[in-house]
Write a protein that binds this ligand. Sequence first.
Ligand code: GAP
Length: 451
Amino acid sequence: MEKITSLCKRRGFVFQGSEIYGGLAGTWDMGPLGVALNNNIKREWWKMFVDDREDMYGLDSAILMNEKVWEASGHTGAGFSDPLVEDTKTGERFRADHLLKDEGIEADGLTLEEIDALIIKKGLLSPKGNPLSKARQFNLMFSTSVGAQENIKSYLRPETAQGIFVNFKNVLDSMSPKLPFGIAQIGKAFRNEIAPREFLFRVREFEQMEIEYFIKEENWEEQFELLRQAIVKWNQHIGLSDKNVREFEVPENDLAHYSKRTIDFEYNYPGKGFDELAGFAYRTDHDLKNHQEHSGTKMEYIEPDGSRFVPHVLEPSFGVGRAFTAILCEAYTEDEMNGEVRTYLKLPKHLAPYRVAVSPLLKNKPELVERAREVFTILKKDFGNVAWDDNGNVGKRYRRQDEIGTPHCIVIDFETLGEEDASLKDTVTVRDRDTGEQTRVKIEELADFLR
Ligand code: GAP
């Protein structure tokens, strides 16, 4: 994991948020290559879950919402809090369940009283060796105020899901979808995590890709299985190997009170082990019913025969940052090439920040540079994410492109100009990232070859 985070910084994937001012805990900035990978993840997700299906509708709702949304959803209550304890000497704050977990004690779902009792029984101290305060609930929402009078309370949304529920009726009225159908949204979410940690894994500002899939109650098991399979396909599509992904069936006694079944999709993060990548929950009609009650707006679906009911919902919820991390962990490879250790990212072609890099063999030969520029322009029109790389010698360029996961490097050399062998005129060298193999391809066939 350390190697991956250092590569991310060195090669422009991820930078510490506000770094020149000492940073801001729990925030990260995406660099030029990070934003490219992130956008590719989101584009592929949207394509698979929205564009390639007939039963999904997209949405982009506001981050700031009426505070009543969060009362109705339960986020202002204890349900969206983590148990917090303080070091009684230094005032430092910790997540009580994390401290207990570090001691091998599973503390999910315990009451504050149970946590206090365990801390006393085990003689648990703060990491600095001082006594701990009693546990209390700490709400994870960032609050803010809206308007010049600053008198309207609001929150930065802690999940994109509620934006979908509050627009359920708008989508129903404007698009007339038939059940089952889903509403999908990608966007930022914010949580004032007590202990942001482990790179992008637990942060205070992150992106989610969420679907609320509306169904008839009697079909929930069948639809749950279909969506579960779609999530498995997605994990494979982003290159995660089956051995590194597992499904954790949340035990009945740990389920949220409104959920009848939840599966956590977990990834085997290096040095950390299996932990959550995405969640998939059957949330019954809990959310729509609550919004109906609090807003007074009917959240009913009307059948052609006139019968009405509040649909039930299945919720696949993905964190972009966790997918990003898992993809990098899966892709990070070290091998030996030409007697040297090399590091490369074995990224799937549809996710790599650059699809291909183009180089002139020598940058001080105008005739090579000119021809290479022509090839670059042709490919750029076709693929978009094409890199121009003329720094250092060709060997160094290959190493650099390998390290950022560019699947192919193209070199324009004297053979391209037909100076050495007329039969090779207008051909270029295409080097494969994973095998290092080089193939000569005609310029006019390059785009098809790459595709
Ligand atoms: N709407 C349901 C929901 O938000 P969640 O399990 O709290 O459920 C869903 O979050 C996903 O969002 C998680 O599986 C994870 O990928 C991502 N996520 C949640 N909190 C996060 C955090 N603090 N940092 C990074 N990703 C987070």
